[in-house]
Ligand binder design. Sequence first.
Ligand code: ATP
Length: 249
Amino acid sequence: MSALTLSGIGHAYLGRTVLDGIDLHVARGEIVALVGPSGCGKSTLAHIAARLTEARAGRVTHGYARHAMIFQDPALMPWATAAGNIDYVLRLAGLSRAARRARIARAAAQVALLPEDLGKYPVELSGGMRQRVAIARALAVEPDFIFFDEPFTALDVALRRRMQDLVIETCAGGHLSGLFITHDLSEAARIAHRIAVLDTHGRGILGDRPLTGDPRDRSDSAVFDWVRTATRRDPIFRHIHDVDERQIA
Ligand SMILES: Nc1ncnc2c1ncn2[C@@H]1O[C@H](COP(=O)(O)OP(=O)(O)OP(=O)(O)O)[C@@H](O)[C@H]1O
């Protein structure tokens, strides 16, 4: 059963084609990483898949009930506390005050935000804490599908790793599916069940490769070996040059 199916997606900005003939699916319980060099159309494809942007061609089919999105920029409302930011989306969903309070507490615990952090304003939080709030906000709506658009690119290596672990833990158990956009092959190989590669100019998916086993059980050396082999031997990864080398060094 498919959680997301993209068929023949095409898009253009101001008459310039950026995506053409893209077919991609995400099965229920599967995390698919979409990799490709900067500017190849990954974000545009994620926006089309989440129906934030209307494709010029092709079809998007959702097999999920509710999605959330996590972007590189946490995009928190500066005038609201962390709790207020999470509460905002729950109010939009029409939940009662008691239900909202319970959801906020649970989502905060999932991302290890302390109760005192919930009362702070974005300006009082570190970059990592702000990203945690953004993840908590996404989880609070209890999605069964999450679109991740380069969510950790702006974070330092240690924090990035902690956030990746959080995603791996959160997605374990098979109740969540997701599309994880990244240009970092190591990040993809840590988190995903399958990696799809977008052509440099958005002209189709070059191919996809499964990763074996549960992401929770993947060792650093297994990820390192996988990335090294893929970039050296597998032609679909040949154009992935901008891997974050700090991750695989
Ligand atoms: N709103 C827009 N108007 C015009 N061109 C755009 C717009 N958004 C993106 N583009 C162009 O479309 C192409 C694909 O952009 P997109 O952001 O989807 O790529 P990406 O693979 O996500 O890049 P990155 O990894 O750098 O975020 C790029 O050439 C970009 O300059």
